[in-house]
Design a protein around this ligand. Structure first.
Ligand SMILES: *Cc1c(COP(=O)(O)O)cnc(C)c1O
Length: 385
């Protein structure tokens, strides 16, 4: 018996909870991205932090995409799984000396530098190694991404990037730092952005900044606009693939790329979110006061987004066709925030039913923890299950 795209017969014998990845959907998504960039000076760096499962990384790196990393270990993981070191961008406000050394040893594409102290650290570590570090300045554009405040990164109140008002100091400093080379400018305004006008505002800001760099006689080889494109958590089956044509066209239309410049994107969520589901079994049904709880064996330890960002995930009961009823779907962890959905309609649910929590491919498995001494959930893939 197979419901939709889930091989239910196989699921029966697997210990729940587990992550299930639809590898054909991942390929279709990667092909959709490739189709938009193939004839342009555009490069996509997959943002590893969304999902670092080695199998997933190997599929993505096969397409020739670069990587966007936010730690030294992510750089190593990317290289282990087929990404080219010279296509790795490295962001993060707190790069340690050890992490900078890993990046220098691997001759990465770009350090996306987030502060003046970091610039000094990279310069001195590169000097010790007799290397020249290629850098891009991550600038805080003060553009509102209109997304959840915990995943907004491009406002002056956020910790990320160099403030525009500090740019004159940076430009004065750069010629004195002989072991770094300025290659570009970098931005990342937030995540799960569904209002594309935020990206348009980013383009307009970048155009202004390009003029500023040019008026200071500084040539930028690349512009990196970061990631953040959102996915449809409400209707993953209607919109399994994000609107990449609209997304890339927006940059083509509004960003004034100079001759010879390349444009870089760091997509994470939009690449992997929809191909993953968290599969869980119903442990108990519990009647509350004006509430019916479905208690499942997956918890916030396996998918923390609802608890952390009040994120919505679509949930379906794969084993019931019964008349639908309204439930709160909760995990077993001793925290009230361990709730996947409130007042949510599911087909009539019983102990032993199997639920799929959809769109769990991004920021799911990577954010798992062992709180409550829980076991790690394993992962399974549609083509090898
Ligand atoms: C998280 C992050 C991304 C990816 O964001 P998504 O919303 O998953 O596309 C890209 N660039 C940087 C610097 C990031 O921190």
């Amino acid at each position: 018996m197979t419901q939709g795209k889930f091989p239910l017969d196989k699921f029966d014998s697997i210990e729940t909870p587990f992550y299930y990845y639809d590898i054909s959907l991942l390929h279709e998504t990667l092909e959709a991205i490739q189709a938009e960039i193939i004839d342009k000076p555009y490069h996509v760096h997959y943002a590893l932090k969304a999902n670092t499962n080695p199998r997933i990384l190997k599929e993505i790196s096969k397409y020739g995409f670069g990587a966007d990393c936010v730690s030294g270990n992510e750089i190593l993981r990317a290289i282990e799984n087929g990404f080219e070191p010279n296509q790795i961008a490295f962001a993060g406000v707190g790069k340690t000396d050890r992490e900078i050394e890993i990046a220098l040893d691997n001759d990465i594409f770009s350090f996306n530098v987030e502060s003046i102290p970091e610039l000094h650290a990279i310069n001195s570590l590169a000097q010790t190694k007799g290397k020249k570090a290629k850098i891009a300045l991550r600038i805080n554009p003060n553009v509102d991404a209109h997304t959840h405040s915990y995943i907004t990164t491009g406002l002056t109140e956020n910790k990320f990037g160099i403030e525009e008002k500090h740019l004159p100091d940076v430009l004065k400093l750069l010629p004195t730092l002989t072991s770094v080379e300025l290659m570009g400018i970098h931005f990342h305004i937030g995540s799960q952005i569904t209002d594309l006008s935020s990206f348009k505002n980013l383009c307009l800001k970048i155009n202004e900044l390009q003029n500023y760099f040019e008026s200071n006689k500084m040539w930028l080889e690349h512009i990196n606009v970061g990631g953040g494109l959102g996915v449809d958590y409400k209707e993953p089956d209607t919109n399994p693939i994000a609107d990449f044509p609209a997304y890339f066209k927006l940059f083509t239309k509004h960003l004034e790329l100079r001759k010879g410049q390349s444009l870089h994107f760091e997509l994470g969520r939009a690449v992997v979110a929809q191909c993953g589901s968290l599969i869980s079994r119903v442990t108990y049904l519990k009647e509350g006061i004006k509430k019916n709880f479905v208690i499942i064996d997956a918890g916030m330890t396996d998918l923390i987004r609802p608890a952390l960002y009040q994120a919505f995930h679509h949930i379906e009961n794969l084993t019931s066709k019964g008349k639908s009823s309204v439930y709160d779907i909760v995990g077993p962890i001793c925290e009230t925030s361990d709730t996947f959905a409130k007042d949510f309609e599911l087909n009539k649910t019983q102990r032993g039913d199997i639920l799929a929590i959809r769109s769990a491919g991004a920021y799911g498995e990577v954010m798992a923890s062992r709180y409550n001494c829980r076991d790690w959930a394993k992962s399974y893939f549609s083509d090898t299950i």
